[in-house]
Design a protein. Structure first.
Length: 320
């Protein structure tokens, strides 16, 4: 029996991390404070041999918020089955390499390791397309390759938002109004002339007043405050990576209703950490790959969000 719980984190290269803002770092700090041994590895450090998931890992300790924010030990090769839990915190793009990584992690899950979020859920729940499972929670939405269908949707609603299904951080998100002569170019670009699916949604003007709110779910239950990401004066996107400002606010009754619809499904599917994007009372995305927002909300309200997540992880490990 292990002396203390062991947690391995599949994450982006350490030198690319911004520790003061990174949610994964908050999770590592919370895990260490609860007595967990913490390790890290990347996609290139993971392989499967004869059906077993194996990784080259380094023991990792968070020691500050500056450039020298971590202390890492020498790498060792170990089967992932020797760990209690693995956190999948690799940022998108959600490409074929990401999908292959979930297959490899699933081999560890077969051996009894808790993988957060669950690999099958990561594959099944495209962050844009999975909103279709909750149409009563969403504004009018169309997912299609048909450029004429997109044009008709624009004519119907007057103003729309267009986005690729595999984007993140506000990349390649366009806002169009009826009569915009760039509309056809946008549709051609997003669908590659009808060869790729893309999403169009009715534009929600509330984003200018109340922002694009990120609601965090931990094992299906919402954190009591959302992070409203307010677009800058020269941009329509409510993404921190695109320059939006994050302002906390209490959850509304509508927010809690949305969480009551989506949270139980996330819990049942093994998605312990999920971010709902909400504009004007409608869910626009369900983020499962690498949700963020922990640091900003902890700083504004003092919540121990990362600690609550690690507690949920350890509780599931104990049940397993």
């Amino acid at each position: 029996m292990r002396d203390r719980p062991s947690l391995a984190v599949l994450m982006d290269p350490l030198e690319t991390i911004k520790p003061a803002k990174d949610s994964t770092i908050a999770m590592l700090i919370a895990a260490a404070s609860r007595g967990c041994a913490t390790w890290c590895f990347g996609q290139s450090d993971l392989w499967v041999r004869d059906g077993r998931a194996i990784a080259r890992l380094r023991p990792l300790e968070v020691v500050g918020d500056g450039k020298a924010w971590y202390r890492a030990g020498e790498p060792v090769v170990r089967p992932l089955a020797e760990f209690d839990a693995v956190l999948m915190r690799k940022d998108p793009p959600f490409d074929l390499e990401y999908i292959y990584t979930t297959y490899l992690l699933e081999r560890a899950e077969v051996e009894g390791v808790l993988v957060v979020n669950r690999p099958q859920g990561l594959r099944d729940m495209n962050e844009k397309a999975y909103t279709a499972w909750f149409p009563d929670c969403c504004a009018p939405t169309l997912i299609t390759r048909d450029m004429d269908g997109m044009q008709a949707f624009l004519a119907e609603h007057g103003r729309i938002v267009c986005k690729p299904l595999d984007g993140m951080g506000g990349r390649s998100i366009f806002a169009l109004a009826a009569g915009d002569k760039n509309a056809r170019v946008v549709f051609e670009t997003l669908t590659e002339y009808g060869q790729r699916y893309a999403m169009v949604q009715r534009y929600l003007p509330e984003i200018a007043e109340t922002g694009d709110a990120r609601i965090l779910l931990i094992d299906g239950e919402p954190v009591p405050h959302a992070l409203a990401r307010m677009p800058g004066p020269s941009d329509h996107r409510g993404n921190l990576a695109a320059g939006a400002k994050g302002i906390g606010r209490a959850l509304s009754d509508r927010d809690r209703w949305l969480c009551s619809r989506i949270g139980p499904v996330m819990r049942e599917r093994g998605m312990l950490f999920v971010g709902l994007d909400v504009i004007g009372g409608f869910v626009t995305e369900i983020n499962v790959t690498s949700p963020t927002g922990i640091r900003e909300l902890e700083a504004q309200y003092g919540h121990d969000i990362a600690g609550s997540l690690i507690d949920a992880v350890l509780a599931r490990v104990a049940r397993k």
